[in-house]
Design a protein around this ligand. Structure first.
Ligand SMILES: [Zn+2]
Length: 58
């Protein structure tokens, strides 16, 4: 993930949401891992999620 960001990959098209819908669900394990990775790197995830519960809100 860190390497990917460094290389400037477009993560708008790289999510692997388990739901397989148009929008990433934001709550499945895959989405959570993705959000956590973005948070760790201090980057805002460009993806649109079907839920508005970004990491850090509990
Ligand atoms: Zn998901």
């Amino acid at each position: 993930m860190r390497e990917g960001l460094a290389m400037g990959l477009d993560y708008t098209h790289t999510w692997t949401c388990y739901e397989g819908r148009e929008l990433a669900c934001g709550v499945c394990g895959s989405c959570r891992e993705r959000l956590a990775a973005f948070a760790v790197n201090g980057v805002t995830d460009p993806l649109a999620y079907s839920v508005s519960t970004p990491i850090g809100q509990r």
